[in-house]
Design a protein around this ligand. Structure first.
Ligand code: SF4
Length: 223
């Protein structure tokens, strides 16, 4: 096993023993897709509020697909960028209907990931989230928390989330992808925040950033 893969396994075990494992959402694929579009550039709280309002206003995603744009916009307003997001949601739902004859995505593996990526407003993280959580496909989504944590430890370094995602996707064993993704987000929320709490962090012994690297940047332990 390569050193970094060994490190990933060790960190996974420590995080699992020390952090609560957040419940995955387990939404149907099309709902997960809509929710991840809502979640772009907003807080979890605003996303959840917009999602609740959307679900309260429409009884199904089919209804959302048929609804006037303004009604979707007013339902999802708390998510921010609501005009753009409403247009994207409607477009995506209608592409599914045209391509697959209904609101379903009968694809697997790379074909599924590439199809998701081809949808306007769906980037590598969203495509990987939907592939992993709704289809059980082995992808490792990298959000802002994981990007920060991964570069600090480091697990995989990169200048963009896409770059880090590609590296972690091949480094993290498939059996760990779901849980490690959730645990690293939890780590990023609880300890490894933009100003990290290294002294209380359960993986400080395994983290270069906590040991003062890269000190040459003169940034200490802050970002
Ligand atoms: S030790 Fe500090 S920098 Fe490293 S993962 Fe923990 S909180 Fe983040």
């Amino acid at each position: 096993m390569s050193p970094v893969k060994g490190k990933i396994e060790r960190i996974y075990k420590i995080l699992k023993a020390n952090l609560p494992l957040p419940e995955p959402r387990n939404l149907p694929p099309v709902e997960e897709l809509v929710l991840t579009i809502l979640s772009q550039n907003t807080s979890d709280r605003n996303r959840d509020l917009a999602w609740k309002r959307l679900k309260g206003k429409f009884s199904s995603m089919e209804e959302v697909a048929e609804a006037p744009l303004e009604e979707i916009e007013s339902a999802i307003k708390p998510a921010g960028l609501y005009r753009q997001k409403a247009r994207r949601i409607k477009e995506v739902l209608n592409i599914l209907k045209e391509r697959f004859g209904g609101l379903r995505i009968p694809l697997k593996g790379e074909e599924l990931y590439e199809f998701l990526l081809s949808l306007k407003g769906v980037g590598p993280k969203t495509a990987a989230v939907v592939s992993l959580f709704s289809f059980g496909e082995p992808y490792f989504p990298v959000d802002t928390h994981i990007f920060r944590v991964s570069n600090r430890i480091p697990l995989a370094k990169g200048r963009t989330r896409k770059e880090v995602q590609e590296k972690l996707n091949s480094l993290v064993p498939d059996r760990l992808k779901k849980e490690l993704h959730l645990l690293l987000i939890e780590l990023g929320r609880s300890f490894c925040r933009p100003t990290p709490n290294c002294s209380a962090c359960p993986i400080r012994e395994h983290c270069d950033f906590a040991k003062g690297f890269p000190s040459r940047e003169g940034k200490g332990r802050k970002e």
